[in-house]
Design a protein around this ligand. Structure first.
Ligand code: GRF
Length: 187
């Protein structure tokens, strides 16, 4: 699931064509024509547009998401820059199988503008976290995290770029770890 440029989506696609034992069966975007959708097209991955503007409520959008994923036999749902709040409908339908990536070391700097929050707080280390999605935003169990230094003179753009680079390495690991956990649970 993506809303924006889709660099994490692309990192997952590349990993799935390398060491990551996962098949990316489809991308869902809420912004038609966004960078993520263009990347899907370039990589030959099917994309589905579920434009939130076409749905009367968050629940209606989540019902459409669930239907899309179920019809494709999706086992794990990966939010990669999905800029909408999801409801318990989606969370319960994919309990422990719905993950998100956030540009901070959670539980620090939850919510919007995590990179700006870190800069304003004056921390010397921030980073990124992959976590299970729960009703409370950016509060689910952490799967893995990577640390990123804040350097003198950093602004939002430079720090975001450094965090993004770590995200691209870390998110495929998070998917692999979750897959391992699910396989272990199945025996
Ligand atoms: C990432 O920084 C991620 O942490 C946040 O949204 C951003 C998505 O970037 N949730 P991209 O679209 O994958 O490039």
């Amino acid at each position: 699931m993506a809303s924006g440029q889709g660099s994490n989506f692309e990192a997952l696609v590349q990993a799935s064509r390398g060491d990551l034992e996962a098949e990316i069966c489809c991308l869902v975007v809420n912004n038609p024509g966004c960078g993520a959708q263009q990347k899907a097209e370039r990589h030959g991955i099917a994309s589905v547009v579920l434009n939130h503007r076409d749905y009367a409520s968050r629940e209606d959008l989540d019902r459409a998401l669930i239907e899309t994923f179920r019809s494709q036999g999706v086992e794990v749902v990966v939010m990669a820059g999905w800029m909408r709040i999801v409801t318990p409908l989606l969370i319960d339908a994919f309990q422990n199988r719905l993950i998100n990536i956030h540009p901070s070391i959670l539980p620090s700097f939850r919510g919007m503008d995590a990179v700006g929050q870190a800069l304003r707080a004056g921390v010397s280390i921030t980073g990124c976290s992959a976590h299970l999605v729960t009703e409370e935003v950016d509060a689910g169990a952490v799967i893995c995290q990577a640390a990123v230094p804040v350097l003198a003179g950093d602004d939002t753009a430079s720090l975001s770029a450094r965090i993004h680079a770590q995200e691209h390495t870390m998110y495929p690991w998070a998917v692999a770890l979750l897959g391992q956990q699910l396989r272990n649970a199945q025996g």
